[in-house]
Design a protein around this ligand. Structure first.
Ligand code: ADP
Ligand code: MG
Length: 718
């Protein structure tokens, strides 16, 4: 150990690394990386499959290939005008010979002596029988010292090269390895056959085999769930100890008698359960789950009424501004009729209004006090104080009940908590994700709901599909077209993402070309010159998104092309056709959610799932998607999804098709594919550990991980 490395720990800034100065630190900051620990937990987003050695003749036509080639000619430096140059030489294998070119890298001239053997990794250009590779990665090859088959690929940002990030992560691992204590008790590691944390961190970044990667990932996924389960249980206990206001008057007939419909018996049951919970001084911790359109909102409204008529305040939080606005539009008239004051607090609210709302929420004088506030999840963290908190409702946040409760606890908000979710979660996962929430399941739809006819088609139906769109809009209907989100760094076709890596390293799925929302909207506009086509994608400002959504709601836009930012819960009853492009890229549950956007009014509605692939790829996705034609039960679909795709869709941000969760509590690895048994084991182990060490006093390393995961100030839990 050198002098400088003394005192270096996970929370040391990245600038302690040699060669990391202010500029690179600023780039790291953009990736959310400040400390060495952040850097180590910047897990690869994919791996280059350099172990799949091919012959030149079999090089992949449109991806990078790994080749073992022998250098055949001495590298020659060719000078071009304007200080440019390139280096070229020939190399061969048994199937042919290839020209290798490096631009402006003369210094490589002596690296490739004739007769030496390298593993080259890069794209092979082919014209006739001529092969060329430009600037491939070259690693000296020997039969005796095998090169690792996998090479980590990271989420990047400007100002950092892949080489630098790999080097910095390597340096961080090396600096911390000596002092690394494993937060997980050895007994647990043994019982579950898990590797050490040091091994896991090393091999997630630099796997030396498929197997070591799989072992590493197993441990890290276990940790995420173990910490999640610990945090959920601890905050649950802590909130119970703090108590909540008793709301004894649970009569909601003022609300229900004014509804234009009769509650279903499932809704009645849910409201009765809420009433019973809120009458106690133990905080309610309840989730209402039920398929899209089953009528959860009115149950939440009933809960809010109970809070208010017992002299308390209620807050309703939605994951996005669009949804918050919609809730406000639905609920404000109801509350106003009941003489209950109600306000919308979102980013677009003016500063003066915000000040008023906040002052009124905090008012000590009950007659001046705002009773209901509706907003996004920023509500709780925006310097908002409640004079008499009674109830917090969150919509579409199935896995964040725990986080919300932690926030309430941290803010000393002793309130009841109600979580609504339209994401049917398979039983095995429900136990993990909300085992500590009480469930009210709404398993009955309001009468008269129509079935959305569903079709699975491929590209060959494009013309007919356009005809069908035309028919719907001519008849006055509206159409959603959903394309998969195109991320800045869509995984290249030659990389393997974690979810694609099986235990054997086999590639699971081929991807078809993606329809990108913006350019597709243009095409549709050309196809339908008389209709108004608009698009929505995640990178738009929320005011822009709102404007588009509002135009669609108002019927001014006939075709809305979007990535999955059309939120769960958006309600445009006139929309009657949902088209999902590259449907094979979506989880079945997601598709079910999307399908729930139509069939909400009186128009006969349809859902068309378009697969992008052809041939065998198309056939496989088609078979999977056929479930959607025969099944309309969200739970059955969720079980299928779990069996086919693993739990990623339910854990990650994609489960509800909404935006990525801000703040803590994101599963980094489990998102990308994990084994359900790891999750259930981790949850059981967490519960057991807490019976022995309820405050994690004897496991301080674990404690600090849990706090970090839940974004909590240490010491919140006592
Ligand atoms: P979700 O559970 O998906 O949030 P909502 O609460 O938005 O569903 O309800 C969907 C629609 O169904 C709303 O327009 C609501 O007014 C209506 N609705 C709710 N309950 C009933 C019922 N019992 N009978 C008829 N319509 C209902
Ligand atoms: Mg809803």
């Amino acid at each position: 150990m050198t002098d400088e490395s003394i005192g270096i720990c996970e929370s040391s800034p990245v600038t302690v690394l040699a060669g990391v100065g202010k500029a690179r630190a600023a780039s790291y900051e953009k990736l959310g990386i400040r400390t060495l620990g952040d850097l180590i937990r910047h897990y690869p987003r994919a791996y280059e499959n350099r172990g799949d050695i091919r012959l030149l003749a079999d090089a992949l036509p449109d991806g990078k290939s790994a080749l073992i080639l022998t250098v055949a000619s001495e590298p020659k430096c060719v000078r071009l005008r304007s200080h440019k140059s390139f280096l070229k030489f020939r190399a061969f294998d048994e199937s042919g010979s290839c020209e290798i070119v490096y631009f402006n890298q003369d210094y490589l001239k002596n690296q490739f002596p004739v007769g030496s053997v390298f593993r080259f990794f890069g794209k092979v250009e082919r014209s006739g029988r001529k092969f060329t590779m430009s600037s491939p990665v070259a690693e000296p090859w020997s039969e005796f010292a095998q090169l690792p088959p996998l090479w980590a690929v990271y989420r990047m940002t400007e100002g950092i090269t892949p080489k630098q990030i790999a080097k910095d992560i390597g340096a961080a691992l090396a600096l911390l390895a000596a002092a690394k204590e494993d937060p997980l008790p050895a007994s647990l590691r043994e019982r579950r056959g898990l590797c050490t944390l040091a091994y896991a961190e090393e091999h997630i970044h630099r796997p030396n085999s498929w197997q070591s990667l799989s072992i590493a990932r197993r441990r890290l996924v276990y940790d995420e769930f173990f910490c999640f389960a610990l945090g959920a249980a601890i905050t649950h206990r802590s909130s119970r100890e703090k108590g909540a206001p008793i709301c004894a008057n649970g009569d909601v007939s003022a609300l229900t008698s004014r509804l234009p419909y009769r509650l279903t018996s499932a809704q009645e049951r849910a409201i009765a359960e809420i009433r019973a919970d809120m009458a106690k001084d133990i905080p309610m911790s309840r989730m209402i789950v039920g398929d899209v359109g089953c009528g959860k909102t009115v149950c939440a409204a009933a809960a809010m009424l109970i809070a208010v008529q017992n002299g308390r305040q209620a807050a309703l939080m939605a994951p996005t501004e669009i949804l918050a606005r919609q809730h406000y539009a639905d609920l404000e008239p109801i509350f106003t009729r009941l003489g209950i004051s109600c306000a919308l607090l979102i980013g677009a609210t003016t500063a003066a209004q915000k000040r008023n709302i906040k002052a009124s929420l905090a008012s000590p004088e009950p007659s001046e006090r705002l009773q209901v506030v509706i907003g996004t999840h920023a509500l709780l963290s925006d310097g908002v104080e409640f004079a008499a908190p009674g109830l917090v409702v969150t919509d579409e946040q199935h896995r964040f009940g725990a986080r919300q409760r932690a926030l309430l606890s941290e803010k000393n908000l002793h309130a009841h908590l109600l979580v609504m979710s339209a994401t049917p979660i398979p039983r095995s996962l429900a136990l993990v994700l909300y085992g500590d929430l009480d469930l009210s399941k709404i398993d009955e739809m309001p009468p008269g709901r129509q079935r959305v006819d569903t079709f699975v088609v491929d590209e060959s139906y494009r013309t007919r599909l356009n005809g069908f769109i035309r028919k719907q809009i001519t008849e006055g209907g509206q159409v959603y077209v959903v394309c998969p989100a195109v991320e800045e760094q869509e995984t290249a076709s030659d990389e393997l993402t974690l979810s694609e890596i099986g235990e054997d390293g086999a590639r699971r799925e081929e991807h078809a070309p993606l329809k990108a929302a913006v350019s597709y909207a243009k095409d549709l506009q050309t196809e339908f010159p008389d209709a108004r086509v608009a698009f929505l994608h995640g990178k738009m400002k929320s005011a822009e998104k709102d404007a588009v959504m509002q135009a669609f709601s108002a019927g001014e836009v006939q075709i809305l092309v979007s990535t999955t930012v059309i939120e769960v819960g958006v309600n445009v009853p006139n929309a009657c056709l949902m088209i999902v492009e590259n449907a094979e890229r979506f989880g079945l549950s997601q598709l079910h959610q999307l399908r729930g956007r139509v069939g909400r009014g009186t128009r006969k509605s349809y859902c068309v799932l378009v697969t992008g692939g052809t041939g065998a790829v198309g056939e496989t996705s088609r078979a999977r998607l056929d479930t959607m034609r025969s099944t309309y039960d969200g739970y059955a679909i969720a079980e299928q999804d779990l069996a086919q795709r693993g739990p990623g869709d339910f854990l990650g941000s994609t489960a509800t098709g909404t935006v990525r969760q801000s703040g803590g509590l994101t599963f980094r690895l489990a998102d990308s594919g994990a084994d359900v048994s790891i999750l259930t084991d981790a949850t059981a182990d967490a519960r057991e550990l807490l019976t022995l060490d309820p405050t994690l006093r004897h496991h301080p390393l674990l404690g600090s991980r849990v706090f970090a995961m839940f974004d909590l100030a240490p010491g919140m839990i006592s």
